[in-house]
Design a protein around this ligand. Sequence first.
Ligand SMILES: [Zn+2]
Length: 383
Amino acid sequence: MTEATEISRLKLIAKRHARATRVALREALNLIAVHLGFANWTQLVSANKSGWVPSPEQVASIEAMVANHVSPADFTTVGADASACRWEYLKQAEQGQIRGHAYRLQVALDDVIIAGEGWSITVPEDPSARATVRTSAEVDDQSPVFDPDFLEEALSLANHRMAQVRGKISTDWPRRSTKPDGKGRSRHPLWDRDSDIWFCLHCNGKITGIQIAQNLWHCPACGASPVDIFDSAFWCEDEGKSLPPIGAKAKSHTGKPEFQVVDDRPKLELNERNIVLLMRSALLDDATNVSERLGALLAEITVDEDNDVWISLEEDLWPDDKEPTQAIKVAAQLGIEIELETMWSKIPFHWPALGEQTSSTTKYLQMLLEAYAQYAAPSDSEG
Ligand SMILES: [Zn+2]
């Protein structure tokens, strides 16, 4: 590699980094220079003119740094070595321990979730939304998230991860989407439109090009996602001219997460759907042949508001005098009343008695096919 190609490689990396972290290109170039032991980019360039070139290892370490989207502020305060350690740390952070408590860290639909036994912390992609801490009712106040030091460490891990996620999003978007021009015009990341004023379909918010870019195209007032943001409020008669600017309506939060207790213990839910499912399963237990099984599958089962059950069984598919004893037992287990009745409806196949001959569907179907064959129109071979 010639000197020139090495330097243009660094420039390219700087450009990518500038886009990902939404900083000026100059800042990104300086960041790289500092990482390579120079005071700034100008010094690096003059060193290059006197014959200095970065080693392949140095280029690789710059690439690793950019991949983790560390902000220049982090870099200059903690120094190159500490940063390198932290990138290592972040790379391995998918599972680990904080103060003796195991955790998993994952990205789900661009939200970051860090979770352990009975607790989870979600950092939403929307920069103006608060992080949420959830604890299960079972662990109650035993959860480590109530220890402020633990919470701080867990949150900082999730926030660092979120910086990477947001960096990746910014890199995928046009530069103008995260860095408005001198007139405050920003470009919508999904459709190719530039404007200095944007509108939220969700809350009618009138948002400046700078506000929306800073908030990664989520409405700063209601958190609506980029698909709800338009350069004209086409749903208003005056296209939004009279809408007040979002200004102070923008969400402001202290950065403190919101706590929620979630009761996620498994519970048997006795809703209509589940009762019908259990009753039909019991009817299938009662069925001794194909005909009755079809009767169980086609039975009309209704559940009233007290969860009591009406079962209508097809006369041709369920013998009149046959008690569905399993269904009755299941109703008793559930503590609900059961009413049985007979119905007459259009049954799917002729000769229901055929289904009483066997409990095998293949045998039944064979009999059915033969029976239908007797009624088949004379075949062409005879013609
Ligand atoms: Zn909104």
